[in-house]
Design a protein around this ligand. Sequence first.
Ligand SMILES: CC(C)(C)[C@H](NC(=O)Nc1cc(F)cc(F)c1)C(=O)N(CC(=O)NO)CC1CCCC1
Ligand SMILES: [Zn+2]
Length: 184
Amino acid sequence: MIKMNDITRDGNPVLRKRAEKLTFPLDPKYLKVADEMMEYLKNSQDPKIAQKYHLRAGVGLAAPQIGLSIQMASVLVPGPDDEIIFEETLVNPVIVSQSVQVAALDEGEGCLSVDKEVPGYVPRYDRITIRYQNVEGEEKTIKLRDYPAIVCQHEIDHLKGTLFYDHINKKDPFSIDDNAILIG
Ligand SMILES: CC(C)(C)[C@H](NC(=O)Nc1cc(F)cc(F)c1)C(=O)N(CC(=O)NO)CC1CCCC1
Ligand SMILES: [Zn+2]
């Protein structure tokens, strides 16, 4: 199982590389990686398992964060009553369209690969359309908004070597577009 010491930390060059596109059928070793990344998210969201193995509760994990520079990211987004509202492993994801409307988490962002707090708004798109392939190679096109959209943008950034704080305004971290939506 993936544990915290398997997660690459800021400073590791793999987090700043553009990840390689995957071809299908997926190499079985990458199918295993997809399972392991989703298993990490599930374990980390289970208080007992997370406590036992000291896992940070994660909603998304991209392959470069376990040292693999491939275009694969798993997302597991719980809803208000802890039901799962979005669960998917995105292969070769591309944001094909996005809202003009900007959104940001009102508490800013963190990252499983960034141990320090970096305060500030991370401006993202409120609504996006993503085209990706699932691990079976099926082409999917999905529309997301608000928190699930923020999570997917954060993970897709990892596949481009971008970290959340790259988007924070250096001069005034909490400055953002007047009509930005702040997601609580
Ligand atoms: C970095 C961390 C603070 C652990 C962040 N979790 C989070 O924001 N809250 C959270 C976690 C849960 F499991 C369940 C829940 F409802 C809320 C996170 O997983 N990520 C994923 C990451 O680092 N991917 O590379 C960072 C988030 C910041 C904005 C979107 C993803
Ligand atoms: Zn991250």
